[in-house]
Design a protein around this ligand. Structure first.
Ligand SMILES: C[S@@+](CC[C@H](N)C(=O)[O-])C[C@H]1O[C@@H](n2cnc3c(N)ncnc32)[C@H](O)[C@@H]1O
Length: 397
């Protein structure tokens, strides 16, 4: 049928020109043992662009990443032979194909929010979409059962995706094979912990062991019960104080340590643990840094400490700077980047640290020596306070 050919041409063009957004195949023909619905959407992973296929069978959803060429071949095989209805969304229009026994209908409507098919628009594509049908989104109350983000959870949803962008950025610094061992300190309600698990297992197809820790018994009980209910075997939770956590994974190497919005010096406790475990990557978003503010004596920058709110902000920035320097002194290449968690409102910083692999013995890491010295000098300028961050630095001595 000419309409089907026109539709498949539109799919090929969208894939070729980079304007493909998503495709939904539904209404399988009678007698075919196939998923009742297929959701296909574009995802820009670090290494390549892929289409993520979600196979929906009843309540069960299975995800699969397929490269663009193979996806195109599959779509040609499925439309219209296996699925009667297909909806293609591109950056400029929606194209719907409906096929009957002898007749087909093709409708094209302009997209209500057209976007330029350029690479920077691609970055706005969420790594985790509501249509991914990830069951944890429903269980955590982020989306309704029909895959709509709840009005009050829009900001949380954006924050989760921002976080996954950062995980995607450091993905190449994690081992390429084998199980990834991950600890999330101060996991709280665990939206981000579940999202991380989903991202690594479903989008990257990895085997993982993700463990969340929090001092709050209620959130841990709830998170564990959701993980058990969804059969997420690689995801576990336990109650505990970050500073008291000792050996958690036995002799297993730790690949990624995460701590997001853990209060005050809990971030330092996390960093200490991660450095001791020689974690490959650390992602930490500090929160409410109070320790330095009360001790601050920036004699040479006295005016900066005079006004309450400025003093607090300066103390927070200085604390995070010392944390980054302490990580550098322990062999981590460290950056501080903006983690905008709620658009137009609170902004905070993410400390991203990747263990250096210089091939040289650690004793000749001149960068570490340089940062150790700079840490001490900066602390002198702040009035030589006593800080929990000092214990991170001490690990490298
Ligand atoms: C603001 S919530 C953040 C939750 C989650 N990481 C997120 O970003 O959505 C901070 C969590 O850290 C936990 N927490 C703070 N200090 C802790 C400590 N020293 N040991 C264990 N948990 C801690 C709190 O109980 C709380 O659940």
């Amino acid at each position: 049928m000419a309409e089907s050919e026109d539709f498949l041409d539109a799919v090929r063009t969208a894939l070729r020109e980079g304007s493909f957004v998503s495709l939904v195949l539904s209404k399988p023909r009678g007698g075919s043992d196939v998923p009742n619905r297929l959701d296909v959407r574009f995802i820009q992973l670090k290494q390549e662009a892929v289409l993520q296929w979600t196979h929906q069978r009843g309540k069960q959803a299975i995800h699969e990443n397929v490269d663009l060429n193979e996806s195109a071949t599959r779509i040609v095989e499925l439309v219209p032979a296996v699925y009667r209805d297909a909806l293609l969304v591109t950056s400029s229009e929606n194209i719907q194909l409906r096929t009957g026994k002898r007749k087909a209908w093709l409708t094209r409507t302009a997209s209500s929010k057209p976007v330029e098919p350029q690479s920077h628009d691609r970055q706005k594509q969420y790594l985790l979409s509501p249509e991914s049908s990830a069951p944890f989104l429903v269980e955590l109350g982020l989306t309704s059962a029909d895959g709509q983000i709840k009005a009050k959870k829009q900001k949380k949803f954006r924050q989760i995706n921002r976080y996954l962008d950062f995980v995607n950025d450091i993905y190449d610094s994690l081992p390429a094979e084998g199980c990834l061992n991950i600890v999330d300190f101060g996991c709280g309600l665990s939206y981000l912990t579940f999202a991380l698990y989903h991202f690594l297992t479903e989008i990257h197809g990895r085997q993982v062991s993700v463990h969340g820790i929090d001092r709050n018994v209620d959130v841990i009980t709830r998170a564990q019960s959701i993980a058990d209910g969804l059969g997420l075997n690689g995801l576990s939770f336990s109650t505990g104080e970050i500073a008291d956590v000792r050996s958690l994974l036995g002799d297993e190497p730790v690949h990624l340590v995460v701590s997001l919005h853990a209060c005050d010096t809990a971030t330092d406790d996390t960093l200490c643990w991660a450095v001791q475990q020689r974690a490959s990557v650390i992602l930490a978003v500090p929160c409410c840094q109070h320790e330095l503010a009360s001790q601050l004596e920036a004699n040479r920058l006295q005016l900066l400490t005079e006004y309450g709110i400025v003093r607090e902000k300066f103390a927070s920035l200085a604390t995070d700077t010392l944390r980054a320097a302490a990580l550098e002194a322990n062999g981590y290449s460290t950056q501080i980047v903006e983690f905008i968690d709620l658009e137009h409102t609170a902004k905070n910083l993410l400390i991203r640290a990747v263990r250096r692999t210089t091939g040289l013995p650690e004793s000749v890491d001149s960068r570490a020596d340089e940062y150790r010295q700079r840490y001490e000098e900066f602390k002198q300028q702040l009035g030589n306070p006593t800080l929990r961050t000092d214990s991170i630095l001490a690990l490298g001595e």
